[in-house]
Design a protein around this ligand. Structure first.
Ligand code: SF4
Ligand code: SF4
Ligand code: FES
Length: 247
């Protein structure tokens, strides 16, 4: 099978970019975009269909098994993991491969997603106290722990922009894991942050609902996390109120 791959080429953020088309041939229908990019880069001379020779395609990968999120990019306009996108998924034989557009470009298909980790740091998404998992919260905690921080959910979110106040689902998902199991002052601190940088800014459009390559049920997780936050907050208020009445 012959594929035409329209791949975004841009040397760095200060130069103009454009799509260049490369021919890729294979007998297998299980070849992924990630494998095709690797093989193109192994060619002695990387020439497009017009014969223009260029340097290696800059792109990121690590696990090649849908585990690290490094290879997130736009494939035919949809954010996906290159190691999870088969060429044969596209029956036309032509694929458009470009970088995520919400993040600063480094080169070709590589973007700088540091903002995801900066936002988690700013939210202080770590636990300073014990976390309790039981039958009520272990589904939320397990589901949330599968986040790859790939940024696909941010790419489709109309409310997310790098450097703005709303941190998006890549922050909500790890935070909800801790919120489900935390108690005490750590819970209070994270709950306040969660309200400020997630709940207040989310328009609930659910554009991010079916995009997660890890298959996280974002809508269900959001509903369960919000319920857990409210439940814990009301329980705390109630126990304060009851203690006040007893004194
Ligand atoms: S929630 Fe899903 S899409 Fe969003 S960063 Fe985590 S793994 Fe990626
Ligand atoms: S529900 Fe809408 S606004 Fe909220 S994170 Fe998802 S895409 Fe963004
Ligand atoms: S290389 Fe790790 S998710 Fe694709």
């Amino acid at each position: 099978m012959k594929y035409l791959l329209d791949i975004w080429r841009q040397r760095d953020k200060d130069t103009d970019g454009s799509f260049r088309t490369y021919l890729y041939e294979t007998d297998s229908d299980t070849v992924t975009v990630a494998s095709a990019l690797s093989e193109l880069n192994k060619r002695k001379e990387l020439a497009d269909i017009e014969g223009v020779v260029s340097g290696r395609i800059v792109w990121e990968c690590s696990c090649m098994q849908k585990k690290c999120g490094a290879c997130a990019m736009l494939i035919n306009g949809k954010p996906r993991l290159a190691c999870d996108a088969r060429l044969s998924d596209n029956k036309s034989g032509r694929l458009r491969i470009e970088p995520l557009r919400k993040f600063p470009l480094v080169a070709d298909l590589t973007v700088n997603r540091q903002i995801i980790f900066d936002d988690l740091r700013q939210m202080q998404v770590w636990s300073e106290s014990d976390i309790f998992a039981d039958d009520r919260n272990n589904t939320v905690m397990y589901e949330a722990s599968r986040c790859l921080q790939c940024g696909c959910c941010l790419e489709v979110c109309p409310n997310f922009a790098v450097g703005e106040k709303f941190f998006g689902m890549s922050a909500m998902v790890p935070a909800s894991r801790l919120l489900a199991g935390m108690t005490g002052s750590s819970f209070d601190r994270l709950r306040k942050q969660y309200g400020k940088v997630i709940t207040d800014g989310c328009g609930k459009s659910l554009a991010c609902r079916n995009i997660c390559p890890a298959g996280i049920d974002i809508e269900g997780l959001m509903a369960r996390s919000n319920a857990a936050v409210l439940w814990k907050w009301f329980s705390k208020r109630r126990s304060r109120h009851d203690n006040g009445n007893n004194t």
